[in-house]
Ligand binder design. Structure first.
Ligand code: P53
Length: 476
């Protein structure tokens, strides 16, 4: 008998804006991803004021999954996927975000895509908002700093739940909602919440307000979803980067504890339907005076999640930096290198044991089923003389993480639903907008400048993962 359950959801994960392209097709509106230029490791993507002439916006065309999804899904079936995690581009359904009536062409595209998946027995796993809110909601309303977003999102969710209620069972509300804990940089607040800041803005306060509205919107959507189809399984999606104590000094340990609270309180609200005490005292101490109403607090209790979806790529480490008893965490400055682990070319610290640690951390607190909806290794792939890509570094990374999952099931009793490696078909990097940071088992011929045939081909990891799925993880 395998270590993983019989119906284990082996799959692959992507997000609409990172692979679809067709940014103006079928009546699609402009999303926040459409106004982000290409960057690189150490060079942030720029957020432009709308779409400007002469800039390189890699998400506009991406890998043209919009035009090629039929052939691509056929390849996914050959890989043996049991499920396919993608997102619905909000701007295909509501181009501006504030319309009452949805755009039929957009709805039809996802009907066709889901039908194509189901034809091969591939179950769609759908994120409602994955770094791609309508740009109009940013310019007209200030993004999620505005309470009106709650109803726009709930309406979008309701339309999707209703339309796909017999095709999609597994849902997630907001992708990596807690990335914005890194509010000091521009990327996460913009991609998570459509937030752009002025020089004098209190970024941290605005981030907490936006996150609150999102959590209320998530709870509202979950409540609606369960009414539309009681069999729906609706989860949250947390970017799990465990923050270790740099040393066993008690004050480093406290710094790590507080850092974990600042990055993961979102999970408490999603799972328990209420704010943890440490956040309430923090908001009071900082005099943030957030708009959190009694009705919001009731709503939060009515839309708790069915499972915890999370991404896992790496771990962090933190020192106390002599901050005194508050240990206030500043993600942009407080992290230190971990001497026990190696890092990828993009500086991501590779740590398979951290995945087991993370699963235990979630399980200790919430005792909910866990779904690893992203994990993977972004690397530069070279085509060898034989014309193939021998990506044993990627296979090694994934094998070690799957072994950590097995240990978590065997030794820690973790209830693990499935595993969907990130970017199993090469796509546009979220963080840098590059093509050359590849995660795929399927190679896509396209470079950072946008040149290439877009042809798909199989890397060594494709054949490896095929066997992993076929053996339910017994053959690694
Ligand atoms: P890229 C930061 C930290 C952890 C996960 O990332 C992150 C990010 C944002 O870059 O994002 C998730 O493409 C995200 C995906 C993204 C993937 O990780 O920067 O959910 O959209 O592509 C990998 O290498």
């Amino acid at each position: 008998m395998s270590i993983f359950k019989e119906n284990f959801l082996w799959g692959g994960a992507v997000a609409a804006h990172q692979l679809e392209g067709g940014w103006q097709d079928g009546g699609k509106g402009v999303s926040v991803a459409d106004v982000m230029t290409v960057g690189a490791h150490g060079t942030p993507r720029r957020i432009t004021n709308g779409v400007l002439e002469g800039e390189n916006y890699p998400n506009h065309d991406a890998i043209d999954f919009y035009g090629r999804y039929k052939e691509d899904v056929k390849l996914f079936a050959e890989l043996g996927l049991k499920c396919f995690r993608t997102s619905i581009a909000w701007t295909r359904i509501f181009p501006n975000g504030d319309e009452t009536e949805p755009n039929e062409a957009g709805l039809q595209f996802y009907d066709d895509l889901f039908n194509e998946c189901l034809k091969y027995g591939i179950e769609p796993v759908i994120t409602l908002s994955h770094f791609e809110m309508p740009y109009h909601l940013v310019t007209e309303y200030g993004g999620w700093r505005n309470r009106k977003m709650i109803d726009f999102f709930a309406h979008f969710a309701e339309v999707c739940f209703t339309r796909y209620k017999d095709k999609v069972k597994y849902w997630m509300t907001f992708n990596e909602i807690n990335n914005q804990a890194n509010y000091q940089e521009d990327f996460a607040p913009f991609t998570n919440s459509g937030l752009k800041f002025e020089a004098n803005d209190n970024r941290e306060k605005i981030m907490y307000q936006a996150a609150h509205y999102e959590l209320v919107a998530s709870a509202k959507a979950i409540e609606i979803g369960h009414k539309i189809n009681p069999d729906f399984e609706i989860g949250c999606m947390i970017a799990m980067v465990p923050i270790y104590s740099y040393s066993c000094s008690p004050s480093d340990m406290m710094a790590a504890t507080v850092a974990m609270q600042r990055r993961y309180w979102f999970t408490d609200v999603h799972c328990k339907g209420r704010y943890p005490s440490y956040m309430k005292t923090y908001f009071d101490r900082k005099q943030f005076d957030l708009d959190i109403t009694a009705a919001d607090e009731v709503q939060l209790t009515k839309g708790t999640v069915d499972y915890i979806g999370f991404s896992y790529y790496m771990s962090f480490a933190v020192k106390d930096h002599d901050k005194g008893p508050a240990y206030d965490y500043d993600e942009a400055h407080d992290l230190v290198e971990n001497p026990y682990v190696k890092a990828s070319d993009w500086g991501w610290q590779i740590d398979p044991t951290g995945l087991r640690y993370a699963m235990n951390w979630f399980n200790d607190r919430y005792e909910l089923p866990l779904f690893i909806v992203e994990n993977g290794f972004g690397a530069i792939d070279e085509i060898a003389d034989d014309g193939e890509i021998h990506d044993e570094y990627r296979i090694d990374y994934l094998r070690e993480h799957i072994e950590a999952m097995q240990e978590a099931v065997i030794y820690d009793g973790i209830d693990l639903m499935g595993y969907t490696p990130w970017g199993f078909i090469d796509l546009v990097s979220a963080g840098t907008g590059e093509m050359k940071k590849r995660y795929g088992f399927i190679y896509v011929d396209k470079d950072n400048e946008g040149a290439g045939t877009l042809d798909r081909s199989k890397k060594d990891s494709f054949h490896w993962f095929q066997k992993v799925i076929a053996s339910n993880g017994d053959v690694l």
